[in-house]
Design a protein around this ligand. Structure first.
Ligand SMILES: [Zn+2]
Length: 108
């Protein structure tokens, strides 16, 4: 089961973002509402990180992917992909939470 995915929706134009954008890329507004989308997603692309950035040394290797989440009105986000070291292209994934600003999905 996936958790609801909290997306950021521009107050002015309705554009949606997976990560807090601070400024809307479509209209320049700075006010956003949180909208809960379905946490069911699909992997768009992924890569295995073997040489981790500072602060993640103990966690490599891990998988980072681009995920389309929330259906047709959803968003594309960069996220940690858990439960696999080599996900299939187009794998179905489910949102499981956010830790220290890192969105986490696991392969279904
Ligand atoms: Zn906007």
């Amino acid at each position: 089961m996936s958790e609801p995915f909290p997306a950021h929706e521009c107050d002015a134009c309705g554009a949606r973002y997976g990560h807090d954008p601070a400024v809307c890329r479509d209209c320049g507004a700075e006010a956003f509402d949180t909208v809960e989308l379905s946490g069911d997603g699909r992997l768009y692309a992924s890569t295995v990180v073997r040489v981790p950035p500072t602060g993640y040394e103990g966690e490599a290797p891990f998988v980072v992917g681009l995920v389309d989440v929330g259906g047709p009105e959803g968003v594309r986000v960069t996220a940690r992909i858990e439960g696999t070291e080599r996900p299939d292209p187009d794998a179905d994934v489910a949102f499981v939470g956010e830790t220290d600003g890192t969105l986490r999905f696991e392969v279904v």
